[in-house]
Design a protein around this ligand. Structure first.
Ligand code: ADP
Length: 665
């Protein structure tokens, strides 16, 4: 007897439906689910076909291999096709009023014969009884194909403990072939997915869910068919097989169970615990009856959401109806007739255990999830693994991803949110600065236009008023008027020059300038009252940069003038010189009144002033802005004008690139 194809994909993930809950990872006893890019993939060669992942997936993202098309094709041939029906059918088709109607429905699909696998279970139970009467213990039941694969793959040292007896399905297929001939095609119909791969002795295995779909498709209902009996030989006690302890009950092993020689374990955790204890040698002389599901009636090929104990009642009531004295006689005869069928089977280990990764590798992965000591191991299970250690091992084995760790991912998310907030704030500042500089650039264009147009007429006024002044006699009463014209025209000329500076329309005369000297000279160009202390701070007196000396003197004296005017009752001015690899930085700090927040945006706008009429032109900072921009630099201001929120005062920070090429390009 051979396996069909152990690497055939029995269960798939529908990627669009998978929602990263990792429940399938948690429920898979075979570590056959790999998470890749957040999506769960079933690894065909590790899957044992238990179907746990299908049962637990709330999103219906796991589907199993469908065999309906192949069965349809088989039914359309001239071959004799027999359906062998698993004994859990009364639990699935409880709405069908009796088994004869059910058999009629299957025949309506085109099957020539319909047999009960329960009879195969009766024969198998007899074999088990013989085996256990002789050996008592040390065996593991081999009727559940998922359990067989689990042991062969992951506990290969126990393969020799698998009872060397075929499953009821194979037993029944041999009965059918003995009765109808080897050319009979056999389709198993039952609650199990693993059956699809169990053996090449059957042609196809359908689940009850697939059977329902086929019946619905062909519109076959209980009312539309002629009832028929199962083809003999029919099941006796074997019909009880699909409920938990079914095999032991079929064997009449209840006494042994009381003595404790038989251990029945089922469900994902139960069967794994029993195998582990058996392997550790605690259950040496026991017989383990193991089922992946909680009885075959809860198999993944049954319709979802069925109630376990209600399903049991359907099975027991079917069996009760069956065991009439007349049928028991017939059954005994059938058992005798088929007692010579060979039901033995050999198993071969197929070790798929993974080598445990090195401690270094595990620790490296744990560290990448922020787990450095045992206290960091929360073992919350959100990743689908019971412990952080198991999760780390799975990551090294390529089955899992770091992002599956919920506490780690939440922490990462918090960090990302914080980073995003900082980036957003910076972005808002940059946007604000951009808006501001765009506004200033527009103003610059306007100012440049006006200044250009005024410059020539002003020059002429100034020139002719000066010529007239030179030619006019001292005593001429008009001389003072002419002086006024000349004076005001010069003032206008200065304003125009300020505007041209702001509009960056002046030429730079670049030269290497020592900053310390520049600052000292600028201090000499401003009248600083006695109640104001000035100080120049620097680490390197030789800091140099390529600058326009005259423009920079104008810039610094404008700043110093403003600083002085901001300290009517005295204070301090500190000029600080710094440098980085590429830039020189000049800070002009005062301890004056500060600048109100609402004015900070308008500072560099031409004609913005808070000083009284005739006192300020509002061109000082606009000129400075133009000069800084002509030097490819930047100007920033920090200021506090509210005494209650700390010391008041203003600092202008001017950053200018050191190198000539940066200025000229
Ligand atoms: P003006 O000095 O003619 O007003 P500016 O362009 O030089 O023109 O300055 C514009 C405005 O900026 C000033 O009116 C003042 O309100 C504010 N300002 C400039 N420098 C300082 C400073 N150091 N401290 C406080 N306010 C200042």
């Amino acid at each position: 007897m051979a396996l069909r194809n152990e690497n055939r994909q029995l269960v798939y993930t529908v990627k669009e439906l998978c929602r990263m809950c990792y429940t399938c990872v948690r429920e898979c006893p075979a570590k056959a689910i790999r998470i890749f890019n957040g999506q769960a993939e079933v690894i065909a060669e590790r899957c044992i076909g238990c179907g746990n992942c299908i049962k637990v997936c709330s999103q219906d993202a796991k589907v199993f291999l469908q065999s309906r098309q192949e069965v349809r094709a088989l039914l359309s041939t001239n071959s004799k096709v027999a359906a062998i029906i698993a004994p859990s059918f009364p639990a699935e088709f409880s709405e069908v009023k009796n088994h004869q109607v059910f058999v009629g429905m299957i025949k309506a699909l085109g099957f020539d014969f319909v047999f009960e696998v329960g009879f195969g279970a009766d024969l198998v139970a007899l074999e088990y009884k013989k085996l256990l009467d002789n050996a008592k213990g040390g065996y593991i039941s081999s009727d559940c194909p998922a359990i067989v694969s689990f042991i062969n793959y992951y506990h290969p040292t126990l393969t020799e403990n698998l009872a060397p007896i075929v499953s009821p399905m194979i037993s029944m297929s041999r009965v059918v072939k003995a009765k109808l001939g080897d050319d009979t095609k056999i389709v198993f119909i039952g609650p199990c997915i693993a059956k699809k791969e169990e053996s090449d002795e059957i042609d196809f295995a359908l689940t009850f869910r697939e059977l329902r779909t086929m019946l619905e498709h062909d519109e076959i209902t209980a009312d539309s068919v002629a009832p028929a009996e199962f083809d003999p030989p029919t099941a006796g006690k074997g019909a009880i097989f699909p409920i938990s302890r079914g095999l032991t009950q079929t064997m009449n092993l209840c006494d042994d169970m009381l003595e404790g020689n038989v251990i029945v374990a089922e469900g994902r955790k139960g069967f794994q615990d029993a195998i582990k204890e058996f392997e550790e040698g605690h259950l040496k002389n026991h017989y383990l009856e193991l089922l992946c599901c909680e009885g075959c009636i809860m198999g993944p090929g049954m319709s979802p959401d069925g109630k376990r104990f209600e399903r049991r009642t359907y099975i027991t009531s079917y069996v009760q109806k069956k065991v009439s004295p007349q049928q028991i006689t017939q059954w005994d005869n059938d058992l005798k007739e088929y007692s010579n069928i060979n039901l033995s089977r050999k198993f071969g280990a197929n070790d798929k255990r993974m080598a445990l990764p090195s401690n270094d590798d595990i620790n490296r992965v744990l560290a990448s999830m922020g787990k450095f000591t045992f206290r960091d191991h929360l073992n919350c299970g959100a990743c689908g693994y019971e412990t952080c250690m198991e999760h780390a091992v799975a990551i090294v084995e390529g089955l899992a991803e770091v992002e599956m760790c919920l506490p780690y991912t939440i922490e990462e998310l918090h960090d990302t949110i914080k980073d995003l907030a900082v980036t957003n704030e910076k972005l808002a500042q940059v946007q604000q600065a951009l808006k501001h500089s765009e506004k200033l650039a527009h103003m610059g264009q306007l100012s440049a236009g006006i200044a250009h147009e005024l410059n020539n007429p002003l020059g002429i006024i100034l020139m002719y008023s000066n010529i007239l002044l030179d030619e006019m006699e001292e005593q001429n009463p008009l001389k003072s008027d002419l002086q006024l014209i000349s004076h005001q025209a010069s003032r206008c000329k200065k304003i125009v020059s300020g505007l041209l500076n702001f509009a960056r329309k002046n030429q730079i005369k670049a030269e290497a300038v020592e900053l310390k000297k520049l600052v000292d000279d600028s201090l000499l160009s401003v009248i600083v009252p006695d109640n104001i202390k000035t100080e120049v701070v620097f680490t390197n007196p030789k800091i140099k940069a390529i600058l326009d000396y005259e423009m920079m003197i104008q810039l610094l004296s404008n700043l110093l003038k403003n600083a002085v005017e901001a300290m009517p009752t005295g204070g301090n001015i500190v000029l600080e010189l710094k440098e980085t690899d590429n830039d020189v930085i000049i800070l002009v700090k005062d301890s004056g009144v500060g600048i109100a927040d609402e004015n900070k945006d308008k500072l560099f706008t031409p004609f913005f002033t808070t000083k009284g009429i005739g006192q300020g032109t509002g061109l000082g900072l606009a000129t400075i802005y133009g000069i800084v921009k002509m030097h490819k630099g930047k100007i920033e201001v920090e200021s506090n004008s509210i005494p209650s929120s700390g010391p008041t005062g203003t600092t202008f920070i001017i950053t200018i690139p050191k190198e000539m090429d940066k200025i000229l390009n």
